[in-house]
Ligand binder design. Structure first.
Ligand code: FES
Length: 144
């Protein structure tokens, strides 16, 4: 299932497409989309393959959005609560790729093992990721 983010601001701007746009379509120069406005907004997006509850979703996640934000925009129901990386209700594990964990409470050494929180995770490259039970990440955090 391929899911796009049609309401992202990049989709509303008049643009000169120079690369992979926010819909993941590759245009002439790969990876960049610019507006024609003077502020020269540049938006990269990354492909995130998310497996949750036995379903796999292909998301295009803009570099300034969290994976949870895109799930919510698309109506994909994943557990969440605080949306600040504190409650750990939205755990996931990276299979491939990498994310910026942002300002959440996830310890660095747990994040280095591939654990992440969907509410604060912004992809830094294309990723494959799966949601995991809350207990799994809590065990890792408690071992620290
Ligand atoms: S929703 Fe609370 S940590 Fe993600």
């Amino acid at each position: 299932m391929r899911v796009h983010t049609p309401r992202h601001p990049c989709h509303l701007a008049r643009t000169i497409r120079l690369g992979k746009n926010c819909l993941g379509k590759t245009t002439s120069k790969g990876g960049i989309r610019r507006t024609s406005n003077d502020h020269k907004h540049i938006c990269h997006s990354f492909s995130v393959k998310l497996t949750h509850d036995g379903q796999t979703f292909e998301l295009d996640v803009p570099e300034d959005s969290t994976i949870l934000e895109v799930c919510n925009e698309q109506g994909i129901q994943v557990p969440h609560d605080c949306t600040m990386g504190v409650c750990m209700v939205c755990p996931a594990k990276l299979i491939t790729g990498n994310v910026d964990q942002g300002a959440g409470m996830l310890p660095d050494d747990v994040a280095e093992k591939g654990f992440t929180l969907l509410c604060t995770a912004t992809p830094t490259e294309d990723c494959e990721i799966e949601t995991i039970p809350e207990d799994e990440i809590l065990e890792e955090v408690m071992q620290q």
